[in-house]
Design a binder for this molecule. Structure first.
Ligand SMILES: C[S@@+](CC[C@H](N)C(=O)[O-])C[C@H]1O[C@@H](n2cnc3c(N)ncnc32)[C@H](O)[C@@H]1O
Length: 341
């Protein structure tokens, strides 16, 4: 834990404090896992009562609450009594900001994977397969709780970005829009709602299509939307004017990205566009988000985030014309290529 609120007095102390972020993250994620925020009412609550509700050890819980209060999460009324702060209230599982879902995303594998970073950097290989003996999606299939947690967490994080991403996509000349690996279709639903002239195609793995919500099957946009199961590394049969890959291709290495782009290009007419919506790496780096997501992708999937020149290279290897990068009002950038004759 950080010992003081004062500025670090040396570069060594600054680095040491960054490393202490591990224990702060552990305290916050464990609080979410234990649902402590749900067990504290609107007034002040005794540690003993909270421990009873959570079936937790009262002494260990008191120590945990003290550590949380030191971060501004809960307020210590007295050593045996705590009350909510705005930060702890935001952790309630019914809070509209869905912070609880976001904190639960990584489950147990998240911690395990970050612990394997030295090995992944030494070998350059995906750590997940080595650790669990199976790829990430198969692991999720076999662990429905982990699967629910990651999908709830991903949508809690991604849904608020959708309006800014849909706003940023250039839909000029688009009559058919394909969301490749579009998950449960939330982006496509919004895009079709806003653009009644456009027909949609949700291209997904068979298993994901089974859980597409009714809104994409029965609402007005549903009449303009086809659900197509397939594997974009094997074959894409449907022509579209724009293919979007959002938070999907960063899971894969360049070879596979080139294959997916080529397969779309084969199905499309010249002039069709392919847009990738992922974090953008910059050199030098400006914020920690994209570089840490890049390492996360290495650990979990053997994938990567990319710089603008990395994107240009994969688009050109796939035989497409690279059209450039557009920022959105979210942490994602849109990277665009065009199918040429
Ligand atoms: C991380 S999720 C992103 C979902 C959605 N695009 C979003 O931004 O919320 C990646 C999705 O791509 C799908 N996917 C991954 N590889 C695929 C493939 N080869 N063919 C079809 N779908 C694929 C997965 O089923 C998953 O739903």
């Amino acid at each position: 834990m950080i010992e003081t609120n004062q500025e670090p007095t040396s570069p060594a102390e600054a680095v040491f404090r960054i490393s202490n972020g591990m224990s702060a993250a552990a305290v916050v994620l464990a609080a979410a896992r234990l649902r402590i925020a749900d067990a504290v009412g609107d007034g002040s609550e005794s540690v003993q009562d909270i421990a009873t509700k959570l079936d937790a050890d009262a002494d260990a819980l008191a120590r945990m609450l003290r550590a949380l209060a030191a971060l501004g999460i809960f307020r210590q009324v007295d050593p045996a009594t705590y009350a909510h702060t705005d930060m702890s209230s935001a952790m309630r599982s019914d809070h509209p900001g869905r912070l609880h879902d976001k904190l639960m995303t990584g489950g147990d594998w998240g911690w395990t994977m970050w612990g394997r970073l030295p090995q992944a950097v030494r070998t350059g290989e995906c750590a997940f397969v080595k650790e669990y003996g199976t790829d990430f999606f198969s692991y999720l299939d076999a662990n429905p709780d982990a699967q629910d947690m990651i999908y709830s967490g991903m949508t809690a994080w991604s849904d608020p970005m959708l309006p800014s991403i849909v706003d940023a996509i250039d839909l000029t000349g688009v009559r058919t829009f394909a969301d490749m690996g579009g998950g449960k279709g939330a982006l496509l639903h919004l895009l079709l709602q806003r653009n009644p002239q456009i027909e949609g195609l949700l291209f997904e793995d068979e298993r994901m299509l089974r859980v597409v919500p009714d809104a994409l099957r029965t609402s007005d946009p549903a009449r303009r939307c086809r659900l197509v199961s397939g594997n974009f590394f094997e074959k894409v049969e449907h022509a579209a004017d724009l293919y979007l890959f959002k938070l999907t291709l960063h899971m894969y290495d360049d070879e596979r990205v080139v294959r997916a782009l080529r397969n779309c290009a084969k199905a499309a007419a010249p002039g069709a566009r392919i847009v990738i919506a992922d974090p953008l790496l910059t050199d030098p780096p400006v914020t920690p988000f994209a570089p840490s997501m890049d390492l996360h992708m290495l650990l979990i999937m053997g994938g990567r985030e990319r710089t603008e020149s990395d994107y240009k290279a994969v688009f050109e290897r796939a035989g497409l014309r690279f059209r450039g990068v557009t920022p959105t009002d979210s942490v994602l950038h849109l990277v665009e290529g065009e199918v040429v004759a």
